[in-house]
Ligand binder design. Sequence first.
Ligand code: CDP
Ligand code: MG
Length: 747
Amino acid sequence: GSALVRSWREQRERRRAQKKEWQLAGTRIGDIMGVKRPEEAEREEHLGGDEGGDGRSSHTFRDKMLADDSSASRTPEAAKAAFAKLQRQRKCLPVFAVRHKLLRIIRDHPIVVIVGETGCGKTTQLTQYLHEEGYTKFGMIGCTQPRRVAAMSVAKRVAEEFGTELGQKVGYSIRFEDCTGPDTLIKYMTDGILLRESLREPDLDHYACLILDEAHERSLSTDVLLGLLREIVRRRNDLRLIVTSATMDAGKFSAFFGDVPVFEIPGRTYPVDVLFSKTPVEDYVDAAVKQVVQVHIGCAPGDILVFMPGQEDIEVTCEKIKERLDDLESAPELTVLPIYSQLPADLQAKIFQKAPEGVRKCVVATNIAETSLTVDGICYVIDPGYCKLKVFNPKIGMDALQVFPVSQANAKQRSGRAGRTQSGQCYRLYTMRQFNEEMLLASVPEIQRTNLANVVLLLKSLGVQDLMTFGFMDPPPQDNILQSMYQLWLLGALDNTGGLTRLGRQMVEFPLDPALSKMLITSIEMGCSEEILTVVSMLSVPSVFYRPKGREEDSDAQREKFQVPESDHMTLLNVYNLWRRAGYSKSWCTDHFIHAKSMLKAREVRQQLKEIMEQQKMPLKSCRGDWDPARKCVCSAFFHQACRIKGLGQYVNLRTGMPCHLHPTAALYSMGVTPDYVVYHELIMTSKEFMQCVTAVEAEWLAEMGPMFYSLKDQTKSRAERRREEVQELGKMEREMQEAETAMRQR
Ligand code: CDP
Ligand code: MG
C-alpha cells in the first residue's frame, strides 16, 4: 500500500472514467475485457508446448516476416551487400572483442554465467559462436527467452545474420507455434517450451548447449529450469549451460550452481543524465506525453523510448502524442511506434527499422524493451516507473496482471537504455524520494507471487515428490505451493496424499491451464470432445469479436446472431462451427465482425491439441447439437467459480459471497436469460466485478462435480458454516498429506 500504488490506483480510476466515454465512442470489445486474456499477457502464460508443429501449421509470424521482408525483393547484389553489412555489424558488437576468451571459458567449464550490458550481443551472438565452434555437431543450441516476442524477433535477426530462412537452420518455438525444422541448429524458444520438452526428454539430450537467457528476469519457468538444469548438468557432462544476466545478480547465479565462473563482457556505455520529477506526477500517461513533446521540440536529435505498463496505456499514449503534435503548428515529424506482445508481427518489426533521415522515432513499449529487445539509436528514455506483473489475487482466487511500481533495479536498467550509442537522458516521472523509499531494490521473482498449479503438475510428473525440497534458487512460499496443490486436488489432479492421479497425468500432456485441460479430458467420457476441443481452442486465443469505431451497432447485431442463450462458451463454439461451414472464409469473418486472425490462430491451436489427443488415444466424439454434455464439461472444470442469481444481471459467488455481475457482452445478458446458477471462466475487475465467459449450469451438476463445496441440501446452512467446512476439509487434506510425507521420509 505505498503511496505510489495508491497514486496509480487513483490515476487508473480517473483514466477509466475517461476511458468509458472513449469506449462508448467505440473500441474493440476485447479492450474492456480480460485482465488475463492472451492479448494482455506479455509472457508465455502457460508452460507452452509445441507438439506436432513440423511445419503443418501456418506460421503467422514467419509468413509475415517473409512477406514483408524487403530482402525478398532485393536483387542478388543488394542482398549480398546487405549480408556483408550484417557481418560487419556483428564484428562491431562488444561481445565480438572477447569471443575467443569466452569460447575458451565455455570449453573449460560446463556452466558459465555471462553478464553484459543490454545490446552487447549476448542473445544474438552466443548461439552463433557456439555453432561456429562446432558444438552443433553434437546437438542443437537452445536459447530460452522469458518473452514470446523476444524469441521470435531475435530468431528472425539471427536467421538473417546466418543467411538462412527463418525456420530452417535457425528457428523459434513458442506455445502453439513451432517454427523449426529437421535442419534446425539454433533454436530460440520461450522458457516454458524448454520446460515442457523436459517432460518428453528428461535430460534434454537433443541439446549440446543451452543458454538460459535473461535469467535476471526470474520468470517462473526460468526459475524451475534453473533447478532442473543444475541436476541435468550433473548427469550429462557433455552439456554446456550458459546463464546470462543483464544486471548484477551474477554472483547469486554463480553460487547457485556451485561457484561457477562469471564472465563479464566489457561494455561501452555512455553517461546518462537521470532527471527525477520534482513533485509526484498526477497522471503518468499525460506526464509522459508532455515529456515526449518537450524532448521532441526542444532536444537534440536522438530517438525516444517510453515505458508503459501495458497495451491499453501504450495505445492511449501513442494516440495522445499524435494529437498533441497535430495541435502544434509546424512541429517536426515524429514516428510513433508501439510495441507489446500482442501487436501484429509486421508492426512489431517496425521498431527496429530506422526512421527516415531527419525524422525522430519514439517507441512506446512495455518492459519488453527493458532488456529483451534492443532498439538502436535511443537517446532519451521516459520512465513512469510502473510495470505489469502477474500476481496471485486472493480476492478473485487467481492470477491477474496488475500494475506495480518498478524496482530500483528495473529503473536503472531502463535509464541505461539511453546511453547505448551516445550520452543520453532519462526522465523519471517520479521523485527521488519515491525512488529511494517506495521502490524495492529488486522485484520479487514470479515464483514467489503467482499460482504454481502448472509447475506443481509438471514437477510431480517429473517425479519430484516433495516440492519443498526441490532445488529452487528462491523457494516459493509454502502457502503458494499448498494453495496450488489444493486447486489441483479440487480438479482431481492430485489425490489426498498429494500424488498425481490418472487425470493429473493426462492433464500434464496439454499445454493449457489445468482447468482447461480437465475440461478437455472430461469431454471424452461425456462424448463431446469435438465440441470442447473447439471451445478450449477459442479460449486460448485473443477475443474473436471485433467492434470497430462507428459501427458498434452493426457489430453488436451480428454478435447477437451467434449467441447461444445459456452460454458464452457455446457461443464461441457456434462462431467456430459457422466459420468452418463457411469454408474458413476470411470474408465471412469480415462480414460478421469477427477477427480473422484470431480465428486462424484458434484453428491452429485446435489442430495441435487434436494431435496431442490422438497421441494420447483420446477419441474425438461429437454430441451432435445436444450441447448439455458440453455445458456439463464446462461445469466440471469451473465449478469452483460458481454463482447464484440475486437480481437482474446480478449474481453472488457461491463460495465467497462476493457480488458478481454479468458483463454486458455476455450472451445471457443480451438474451435476457437469467438462470439460477452459472459458472464463469474468469473474473475481471473494472468498475465492478464482472464475470467473463459465463455458462448456465444446473444445481445438480454443481453438487455432483464439486461435492467438497456444494450439496443440494445445503441451502439451510449459512455461508459461515460452509466456509468452516471448507477450512476443515482443507485442514484434513493437509494433515493427510503431511502424514503421507512423514511416512515416506521414514521409509
Ligand atoms: O542480448 P543482448 O542484449 O546482449 O544483445 P542482442 O539482443 O544480441 O543485440 C545485439 C545487437 O543486435 C543490438 O545492438 C541490435 O543492434 C542488434 N539487433 C537488431 O538490430 N535487431 C534485432 N531484432 C535484434 C538485435
Ligand atoms: Mg538479450
